[in-house]
Each structure stands twice: as C-alpha cells, then as structure tokens.
Design a protein around this ligand. Structure first.
Ligand code: HEM
Length: 499
C-alpha cells in the first residue's frame, strides 16, 4: 500500500514536514537564546522531577549559581524565577505580568476559575467588584475593627479557660481568625464548637497542605486527562479534591440562605453584594455567575484565614524564643494602652517596637515565599531579560527577605532592624514585600495587618506566653503553597497579674 503513494504527494508531504521541523527547531533555539540561563531538565518533563520539597530554598540556591534571573523548563512551560529586589519591583509594575497560569491549582473539579486564578478583563472586573463590596460591608472601616475586637474578646476568654495549661495555639487561633473573614463573606461568625465551622477549617487545611507550589497537574496540564485515574492512586490528590468540593458545598448552602433573604435585606456581606451584581449583569455574558461566587467565596475564606494564622503561629514562636522582646512589647502596652482597655489599631502609632516586631515576623516567616504564580500575557521584558508570552513568572520573595546585601545577619530575628537609630520610630523597609505589590497586590493586606496587631497586643496584654519545658521550640517550617510551622505550636498562656 505504501508503494502505491503518489511520489509527488509524498515529496510535498516530506517538504512540509521538513519545513515544520526546522521552524519549530528554530523557534526552540530562538526561545532558548532569549531566555535567561538556568538548569537543564529531561525531555518532556523538564526540571519538574528535580524540584525539591523546600522549592523556595532550592530556587534561591539556583540563583546563586545562574544569576538573579534564571529560567528552566518545567513540564509544559518555560519558567522564569526573579530573585533580586530591583528586578522584582520592575516586574510588579509590568502590566503584561498580571496574568495567572491558565492551568488549574486544584485538579479534578469541573469548575470556573476563581478571582485568584483569573486573568485579563474577568479578573479586573471580579477584583474591582469584590473590593467595592468588601469595603462597603466593612473592610478597612472601624465597624469591622470593632467586630474583630469582639472576636478577640472570645478568643482571649478561651485561652483564659485553659488556666495556663498547654494549648494547641494553631487550632485555637485559626478558629478565631477565620471568623473575621466569615463576617465579611457570610455576615456571621461561627461559635467555636460549631460543627460546620470546624469542618470548613478542616477542609481548608487539607487543601492548603496538599497543593504543592510546583504541582505536576499545574505544570503538566496534559496529565489532567488522567486525573480521575490518578485520583485512585494518589491519596493527596483525593484529599485535596474532595476537601475542596466539601468546602464549596458548605459555601453553596450559605449562598442558598442568602438567596432566600435577598429580597428583604440590604447588602450585609460579600455574598449579598455578588448576588446583586449577578442580577445587574444577568443579561450580559460575564463571569458573574453562581459558580464564580462559590469559587471566589471559598478562596477568599482560605486566603483570609490560613495566611494570617500561619504568621501568628510563627509570631508566637518568636515571642517564646525571645522573652526580652515579649517584655518590650508589654512595656509599650503599659505606656500606651494599659491593661484595662482593648487595643485599637490606632495605638500602633505609639508602639514602634511592636510594629517592628510584626514587620520582622513577616520577613522571617515569609509565608508566601514564591508569590502566587504569574504568567506573561504577552512577550515582555524585565531589566534586560526577555520574557516570552505564556512564560510562568515566579517572584522569589524568600531570596529578597534573606538577601545579605539588604539585611544585616538576615537569618536572625532582629526587630531592631526596622527601627530608627534612636529607637523612637518604626521604619518600614521597601525591601519587605510579604503581600507582593503592584496592581495584583494582596487585597487583604490591611485586614491582615490589623489582625496581626490586635491579636499580638491582646495576647501580650493578657498573658505571659511560654512553652512547656519538655518541648523544644523552634521555627522549622514545611512548605506546600504556603510556608508554615512544621510542628503544632503548643504553648502555655499564664494570665498576667497586673497591679
Ligand atoms: C499575613 C497575611 C497575608 C499574606 C502574607 C498574603 C500574601 C499574599 C500574596 C503574596 C498574594 C499574591 C499577590 C500576587 O499575585 O502578586 C496574595 C493574594 C491574595 N490574597 Fe493575600 N495575604 C495575606 C492575607 C490575606 C487576607 C486576610 C485576605 C482576605 C481578605 C487575602 C486575600 C487574597 C486574595 C483574594 C488574593 C488574590 C488577589 C488576586 O489574585 O488579585 N490575603 N496574598
């Protein structure tokens, strides 16, 4: 049969094939020449199999070898890692680098992307509407601060009820912090023993601890074809997918309750506001639909609870390992607030050491060390480096926060580095970038800072925090998408006897 092929057609086919191969080879070499240097990987999978668990440390080490901006092939994508502060600042200002990867973080779900995963115009619209609703229902306003203070009151009472016995701080704090975002999203908090609230926190924990930053499904979306098969073999994947589904189911129930009351109520929370926007836009083909609402709400819930919780966990370890700093914060409380009234966020202006302690905790903990992945929406440049369209761009905040050229003795916890020489003022360094920057900066940064200040000050105002003598306390971390404390933070909170 092969012999019967028309020789002219065969020659044309071979010519086309040769041109196609040469063109692709040329593009490949051209792309390689444009990209910054970096490690080689294997055919098809690239460097993906060589990525270690603590990828942010590995990326920082690779930068020492290949330079501050390096690249590698990772699964189906080219990746550029930017490790140097000036280049990161430039990247954050570049509008072509605002997009996210098109592939999904949590595979196995039929789904619309959430605001965190969106790119382009849908992202811009969703972010603008979300911020408007959240501001209208309290974000950045004194009404929300009052609610956070009320929540902290319950939290302090629950620590007091342990009577100085060991407490699993990580569990307790997450229960309380997640209530602040629940108020913004659902319009209510959960009692500490509410089974639905506990389930939601458990679902969120399982998702966050099982989404690796260098997920093979994200970097090799071709594998998603096999995802249902993979789910049979990978318990991590099964856990992640089923917990995300469970979390979204609970959010769906909240949405249903809001729909029932919608005709009679004004906008009290994010779900109310989104439902109203959906009605406004019902005749246009936009991303304002019920699936996006469910996805945005569960992502906001996770982004608003787990992040602040992880920083507070690290903070408690720094308090316990540096009792002298704990005392300095208490001295500032004594001078500014006293031990009777609850702290206000406005008190921070008279508490420079406390603010320096918070900044140093954010630097040391760097809970989002490699940022959330960005993607080049078009061919672009950072410094003199070319970034071809669809390259995944990673901003290595860990490298900046540990750069010995920017910080003296960067591996030590020293709040004094954020203070003026006379110790009277706090100085926030532009090299501290825990919330990223530019147009896609974390929209929860102010809420997080208010929470960090109010929880820290309330704890130190009420308790002497220490660790059980049997336990060795250290700030070892584990990493998936977020950097978090490795071991449960078990601490003793002895009520202060103040005269
Ligand atoms: C200490 C606590 C927090 C840290 C360190 C943190 C850090 C970050 C970082 C690094 C990003 C990625 C920004 C980028 O792509 O360049 C981000 C995004 C985001 N954060 Fe936070 N965050 C914190 C708290 C919060 C809170 C309390 C909320 C809830 C209101 C929140 C909601 C979000 C959302 C929705 C995004 C996605 C924004 C977008 O894609 O446009 N975060 N955060």
């Amino acid at each position: 049969m092969f012999l019967n092929v028309n020789p002219t057609l065969f020659n044309i086919f071979c010519a086309f094939l040769t041109v196609w191969v040469i063109k692709h080879l040329f593009n490949f070499i051209n792309r390689l020449q444009k990209l910054p240097p970096g490690p080689w990987g294997l055919p098809f999978v690239g460097y993906l199999p060589f990525i270690k668990k603590d990828a942010y440390i590995q990326m920082t080490e690779l930068a020492e070898k290949y330079g501050p901006v390096f690249s590698f092939k990772c699964g189906q994508f080219d990746v550029i890692v930017i490790n140097e502060v000036k280049a990161i600042e430039e990247a954050l200002k570049n509008d072509h680098l605002l997009a996210r990867p098109a592939s999904t973080y949590v595979p196995g779900l039929k789904r619309d992307p959430s605001l965190i995963e969106m790119s382009g115009e849908p992202w811009r619209q969703q972010r603008r509407v979300a911020l408007t609703i959240l501001r209208n229902v309290g974000l950045g306003k004194s009404t929300l601060e009052e609610k956070i203070k009320e929540e902290i009151g319950y939290f302090i009472d629950s620590l007091k009820s342990a009577h100085g016995n060991e407490v699993d701080f990580g569990d307790e704090i997450k229960t309380s912090v997640s209530n602040n975002i629940s108020i913004l999203l659902f319009g209510h908090r959960f009692e500490y023993n509410d089974p639905i609230g506990s389930e939601m926190r458990r679902n969120m924990k399982q998702v966050i601890e099982n989404v690796p930053y260098f997920s093979k499904f994200m970097f090799m979306p071709v594998m998603l074809v096999f995802v249902s098969l993979a789910a049979h073999f990978s318990s991590d994947l099964r856990k992640m997918t089923s917990n995300q589904k469970e979390l979204e189911k609970k959010v769906t129930k909240e949405v249903a309750k809001h729909r029932e009351k919608q005709t009679t109520h004004e906008i009290e929370d994010y779900i109310d506001g989104f439902l109203q926007e959906m009605d406004k836009q019902k005749d246009s083909n936009t991303s304002f639909n019920i699936n996006t609402l469910r996805r945005n709400t569960s992502d906001f819930y996770a982004a608003g609870s787990d992040t602040t919780t992880h920083v507070l966990n690290f903070m408690m370890l720094y308090l316990v390992t540096h009792p002298e700093y704990q005392q300095k914060i208490r001295d500032e409380i004594k001078q500014t607030i006293g031990f009777e009234r609850q702290p206000d966020y406005a008190d921070r202006t008279s508490m420079p050491f406390t603010m320096a302690f918070i900044y140093e905790s954010l630097r040391m903990a760097t809970i989002v060390p490699l940022n959330v992945h960005r993607r080049a929406a078009q061919d672009t440049k950072v410094m003199s480096y070319s970034i071809p369209k669809d390259t995944i761009v990673i901003l290595n905040f860990w490298a900046v926060h540990r750069d010995p050229n920017l910080w003296n003795d960067p591996h030590s916890f020293k709040p004094g580095r954020f203070m003026s020489d006379d110790g009277q003022k706090v100085i926030k360094s532009p090299n501290l970038m825990p919330f990223s920057g530019g147009k896609r900066v974390c929209p929860g940064a102010t809420l997080a800072l208010i929470e960090l200040f109010l929880y820290l000050v309330s704890i130190v105002q009420n308790f002497q925090v220490s660790a059980s003598e049997r336990d060795e306390i250290h700030d070892e971390a584990k990493y998936a998408f977020l950097r978090m404390v490795k071991k449960p933070v078990k601490l003793n909170f002895h009520t202060l006897k103040v005269n």
